[in-house]
Write a protein that binds this ligand. Structure first.
Ligand code: HEM
Length: 499
């Protein structure tokens, strides 16, 4: 047996002692001395981020459900990791996410995005304002209505594809269909040349499966932030050697986006021809107009606009088709509206209250964004009931908690469009409803998403007779929270037959 020299043993022992002392110090600090030490919650979650990591990444996407359990046990205020408090109280949502609050996003949580160069993942309040201003104008209602023709074109393309399925009687994976439609719409708006997943065989099913897997990888990146940057610098040829067809499709998709950003910068043309052109044409400083940063904006705009809208539509359709009375009432109202105008025009769609109610109910139960929204105020304390959280404390709330709270939305697991129409319920329902978030970091794509959802729901449910195919609520309900909600791995999501 080789003998370790004495001075090496001494060194190793000293190192082990130092590491142990540091760990003990960290534990005592987090559990006893930390400003959050007295906040209720499980000690293990307060002690180490590894607890969250396990339920977030290894189990994948289950930490949200752990947080639900903490609240049942400890009440509305819970310390969920060493540095963050989660609050479950719909009355506080408007206050925390008010436009008057100058809050930063928590850089740790948002590392799942893989970049802080795009608006979505920008931690700083002031830098975010500057970045978002560069493309806000593209997403006002009037700007979106100028783009209505393009959205209609995608919906008509989808109808033509569904006709093929009607004739062959093959079931359709509507989840993939909706995600593809949403990806095409936002990419055709944001990029000079968008994508055409609706034209793909199987509506880009493999692509969406890869997206789902990558969302799981993103949860790892939150805790170990070198993962996504490492994957991004791997040469494409190397990845393609071992990649599945869906992965190859994803790589081509991303390199297309990257090339578009590079071309905009290389050509140096000042125009508002696309959202990305608009960012280059804005009054941002030159350091913010690099091809790499514009590419990151493209990545997050397309990412944020597709999975959310796709999964919300999946919920709208599941519930509309699973409830014959709702489907019949919607069809009757759509038929009536079709006599007065065009069901693919916003002007007609906005006058159909039952359509609006069905979509809101889908957004309430489907949670386009299921993840918590952590923020902090670097300069001021935040108070909640008797608690005073010092500057820098990370505080998060979840839209899902508000939407499923029986005190604000009675029988929250029942899909009931009437709650948006009945005057005795309507005001309360609206007040505690925020699928697109609130405040300065609220969704920029709200008007686009609403237009897509209205046009798709009205056109498809009026034009086609659809029936659920081997789909129960378990096939669509959230089983994993990767910021967007994902259904169970072994489910194909919403499937329908068309006659
Ligand atoms: C049903 C569909 C959608 C839902 C439910 C939804 C929901 C949300 C929510 C809750 C946020 C705030 C996230 C946070 O605080 O971290 C957000 C942010 C965002 N959404 Fe959406 N979204 C939808 C569709 C879209 C679409 C179509 C786009 C396309 C442009 C989009 C682009 C964005 C962007 C860029 C942000 C970041 C905003 C910022 O930080 O300035 N979303 N969305």
């Amino acid at each position: 047996m080789a003998l370790i020299p004495l001075d090496t043993t001494f060194l190793l022992l000293s190192l082990a002692t130092l590491v142990s002392l540091r760990l003990v110090h960290l534990a005592v600090h987090r559990l006893v001395l930390h400003p959050l030490a007295k906040i209720p919650g499980p000690k293990v979650a307060a002690l180490t981020h590894l607890y969250e990591f396990y339920h977030d990444a290894i189990r994948p996407g289950k930490f949200t459900f752990q947080i639900d359990g903490f609240h049942r046990k400890y009440g509305p205020v819970v310390r969920i990791n060493p540095r963050e408090v989660h609050i479950q109280d719909p009355e506080f949502f408007d206050q925390l996410y008010s436009t008057l609050m100058k809050l930063n996003k928590d850089w740790y949580y948002y590392r799942f995005v893989g970049t802080s160069d795009a608006s979505f993942g920008t931690p700083s309040y002031s830098q975010h304002r500057q970045r978002r201003k560069a493309f806000n104008r593209f997403f006002s209602l009037s700007a979106i209505l100028d783009h209505e023709k393009q959205v209609r074109k995608s919906v008509l393309q989808l109808c033509a594809r569904l006709e093929e399925h009607r004739q062959t009687n093959r079931p359709v994976l509507l989840g993939s269909v909706f995600r593809s439609l949403a990806t095409d719409v936002i990419s055709q708006y944001a990029l000079p040349e968008g994508h055409n997943l609706l034209g793909e065989r199987d509506f880009g099913k493999d692509f969406h499966n890869v997206n789902r897997k990558l969302s799981g990888v993103a949860a790892y990146n939150r805790h170990f932030p070198f993962i996504i940057p490492t994957l991004m610098v791997l040469p494409a040829w190397l990845v393609k050697l071992t990649a599945t067809p869906g992965m190859v499709q994803m790589l081509n998709f991303q390199s297309h986006n990257q090339n578009q950003a590079r071309q905009i910068v290389a050509m140096g043309k000042r125009s508002d021809d696309s959202v990305l052109h608009g960012i280059f044409n804005s009054d941002l400083p030159d350091s913010e107009k690099t091809a790499e940063r514009i590419f990151q904006e493209a990545l997050t705009l397309v990412g944020a606009g597709s999975e959310t809208t796709g999964s919300a539509l999946e919920h709208v359709f599941y519930h509309a088709l699973a409830n014959p009375a709702i489907k019949a009432r919607l069809f009757a109202d759509l038929s009536e509206a079709a006599k007065q105008g065009d069901l693919s025009s916003h002007e007609t769609l906005k006058r159909i209250p039952y359509l609006d109610a069905v979509i809101k109910e889908g957004l309430r139960m489907g949670h386009g964004v299921s993840g918590r929204l952590p923020r902090y105020d670097p300069h001021n304390s935040i108070t909640y009931k008797g608690y005073v959280f010092p500057p820098g404390t990370i505080i998060s709330m979840s839209i899902r908690d508000m939407h499923l709270d029986p005190d604000y939305h009675p029988e929250p697991l029942t899909f009931n469009p009437e709650r948006w129409l009945d005057p005795s319920m309507q005001k309360r329902s609206e007040q505690f409803f925020a699928p697109f978030g609130k405040g300065t970091r609220a969704c920029v794509g709200r008007e686009l998403a609403m237009l897509e959802m209205m046009m798709v729901t009205a056109t498809l449910l009026h034009r086609f007779e659809m029936d659920l195919f081997r789909t129960t609520y378990d096939d669509v309900r959230m089983q994993h929270d990767f910021f967007s909600p994902f259904h169970a791995d072994d489910s194909k999501g919403l499937q329908v037959t068309i006659t």
